[in-house]
Design a protein around this ligand. Structure first.
Ligand code: NI
Length: 144
């Protein structure tokens, strides 16, 4: 794609906001390393649209679930395995990294109805012994 093709699809609009809000935004985008305000605003809008698109809970979605847990914690491995077998059709792939003597990192790629992905994440994150967990809701951009 040439630059002119790309810019032909761009639309411009003006934004008004309070000076102190803009100062805070400029500090934020500098800290994050954005080249300019436009790029930062595009990312904010994309993020919000992805969040909104997840509210259609029957739609097929893709997500990544990361968990850190202590594998010595009693019953934890059994529970984690049990939940994963119950929802085996949602799990596209999984990765296990032994972080140190006690801790493991597990990363699951999930694909299926948003409601089931959310439920699986809640079940796994609430298991005792899970120290950290994060569900990253992804999108192809086609549904935005
Ligand atoms: Ni491990």
């Amino acid at each position: 794609m040439t630059t002119s093709d790309h810019s032909a699809k761009l639309a411009r609009f003006g934004v008004s906001m309070e000076r102190n809000l803009l100062d805070g935004f400029d500090r934020l985008i500098a800290a994050k390393g954005y080249a300019n305000r436009s790029e930062a605003i595009r990312d904010l809008v994309r993020g919000e649209l992805v969040r909104r698109s997840w509210t259609n809970l029957k739609a097929k979605r893709v997500a990544v679930l990361a968990l850190v847990y202590d594998h010595e914690h009693s019953d934890l491995l059994h529970r984690l395995t049990h939940v994963q077998h119950e929802h085996g059709d949602l799990i596209v792939s999984s990765l296990h990294v032994h972080l140190d003597c006690d801790n493991c990192l597990e990363v699951l790629t999930l694909k299926g109805p948003a409601s089931r992905i959310e439920r699986l994440a809640e079940q796994m994150l609430s298991i005792r012994g899970v120290k950290y967990g994060q569900l990253m809701r992804a999108t192809t951009g086609k549904d935005l």
